[in-house]
Design a protein around this ligand. Sequence first.
Ligand code: 5BU
Length: 453
Amino acid sequence: MENKKDFFLECYKHGIMKFGQFTLKSGIESPFYVDLRPLASDPKILINLAKYLLEMLPLDNFDLICGVPYAALPMATAMSLESHLPLIIKRKEAKQYGTKKLIEGLYSKGQNCLLVEDVITSGKSLLETIPEIENEGIKVSDVVVVLDRGQGGKELLEKKGYRVHTLFTIQEVCGILKEEGHLLDEEIERINTFLAGNIVKFEEKKRYSYQQKLTTNDHSVAQIILNLAIEKKSNLIASADVLTTKELLELAEKVGPHIVALKTHIDILSDFDMEKTIIPLKEIAKKHNFLLMEDRKFADIGNTQELQFGHGIYKIAEWADFVTSQVIGGYESLDCFRNVGVVAIIGMSSKGTLTDNNYQTEALNIAMSHPNVFGGVAQKKLPENILLFTPGVNLESKGDSKGQQYNTPEHVFQNLHTDFIIVGRGIYKSTDIEKSALQYKIEGWNAYENSLK
Ligand code: 5BU
């Protein structure tokens, strides 16, 4: 086997540690992130890891071996195969049916079990797991851990009388990474501050430019709209909340040169007609090079959304480049939007909206993990790999009498790092529509450029 340092560097190549700004489960901001799960996919590393861990241990003391689910399961399995210590499996939750067993495998009361854990942080999860094993009459005296994050977990367990063997400590691996030139001085400083128990100050992160976003957002509609923004120097989406085809087409013609997309509420037209509305609208969109965004805000089960999207009189699937959808129906409700892009509604602009923080976190989780989603509507910052669309933008007014709340382009680009502004009445109600569209385009673009500084 190679030496321990080279072994760690081999492991590091699998992306097990990342440096930057990460929010931990506890809500604390950490300057590094550790995930050892990828190691299980490399058989050579897994077997060497098992050997290293076994080398440190008084093996004669143990009758059984058990991994803390899930990350340590393959590690414990590899160690069992190598040492011939019988493996037992601890479930995360007791089975709901049958035997309701929490521990699977062959064991007898009084046997001593070696516990395997991938990373130890505060030690709390181990202190929850150990009693569950002890309750079955199995003894636990030793825990073996691949990486100690240096946040007091080892000490806490030792105080409770358990021996903790660690293969690597965070200080040790950061030392190795520094030596090899993988870490900057400022990163090491932040890690030391963090490990000393102090709050780390991260610099305000700069927003990504549209060019950078092209590299982090690979959905085809994201690529098109980002390229349009760069080409037209515009981040403006005009909202066409008008009631007739004539008004819609006139508006599209006037704002077309200045926008990246025209947002429709197709169901408010009193004279919708596929031939007379959509065909000319598509032609104008092609001529002025903008996309069609149908703000349908789907909010049903997958099957119904599929029918609403493809059928009825509007047949949105036939003409929209992208649509908005709530995510209230869950992940699979978004599967039907296969051939378009989806902008998920994360948070709304209106007063008293029910999209509170909790809802937004859950909604964002769905949006971020769904391949059809490339953007979100929100009134707060979103991660860089999802495009942020912000309605509720107006230069003149603070709101209307129906709950709408407005911000300026400067505000939303500076504070929310918005990517695209959506403007309705600010443009279509104006006496000079074309002039207003141009003004919002310029204001939006300047605000974007200022937000890059
Ligand atoms: P306004 O005239 O600029 O207020 O129009 C805003 C448009 O954006 C309108 O079509 C709304 O349906 C849409 N909108 C919004 O205003 N706020 C939201 O949170 C969402 C959509 Br989602």
